[in-house]
Each structure stands twice: as C-alpha cells, then as structure tokens.
Design a protein around this ligand. Sequence first.
Ligand SMILES: *[C@@H]1O[C@H](CO)[C@@H](O)[C@H](O)[C@H]1NC(C)=O
Length: 135
Amino acid sequence: MEQFPALNGLSVSYAVLIYPSGSVNPVHTHPRSAELLFLVQGSLDVGFVDTKNKLYTQTLQTGDIFVFPKGLVHFQYNADAKNPAIAISAFGSANAGTVSLPNTLFNSTIDDSALALSFKTDVATIQKLKSGLKG
Ligand SMILES: *[C@@H]1O[C@H](CO)[C@@H](O)[C@H](O)[C@H]1NC(C)=O
C-alpha cells in the first residue's frame, strides 16, 4: 500500500522479490497476513517456525509455491552460488507489515542489558550483534 495507495481497504497485495546468489531475506514475520510465495526463477530454501518451535523447510524449484502462515517467523535463502532467484509473494492484506527480527531486536534502542538477559548472554555479545546492523 505504501507503493500503491489504491490498495487501501482492499485486503490484497503482492511483492516481487529478487534474491541475488547467496543472499538471505532475514528472519521476519508479517503481523497482518499469511504469505503465498511463487518461485518464478531459480531455487530457494524457505522455512518457517511454528508456535512450538518446529521448523518447516523446503527447497523450492522454479514453479513451486509455499505458504507462510500469518505471524510466524520465516526466511528465504538463495543458497545457489551462481544464479539469482525471483519470487512473487501474495498477501491477504493491503498492508501485511514486516517485522525483521534482526532489526527489531538488534537495531532498535532496546536496552543492552535487557537483551543480554533475554538471550542469556553478555552485553558484549549483544553489542557485537548490534554493530553488524548499524546503517
Ligand atoms: C538500522 O537502523 C538504521 C537507522 O534506522 C538504518 O538506517 C539501517 O538501515 C538499519 N540497518 C539495517 C541492516 O537494516
């Protein structure tokens, strides 16, 4: 909807996704919609984690589809060293929203000590994770 305001109120949208070889779409969630991904070109490792921490993964080939349930943490990874992958993802919302976990957790202003306790680690480790995400 940000790019195409005519979608406002219509509960549909899609995104065209291009994955250079070796690239990852970092772990993220869409709070307002499931995602139906159609792989147009290349191959793509995809996965999501359910509410019991069970991982569901698949290596998609051109023409395959995969669905990520609403709100669950998921990722896409193009493990091919040479070829890009291209996908189209449909959403049942004009504004599915994206919560990127690396950015949400380590590129926000959440207190380092709170994060260290949350991840059962030390502040230095948290700062190291944060330093890799600074713009
Ligand atoms: C981290 O946040 C800054 C400021 O909001 C932004 O410019 C940068 O792109 C973010 N880093 C990543 C990896 O997205």
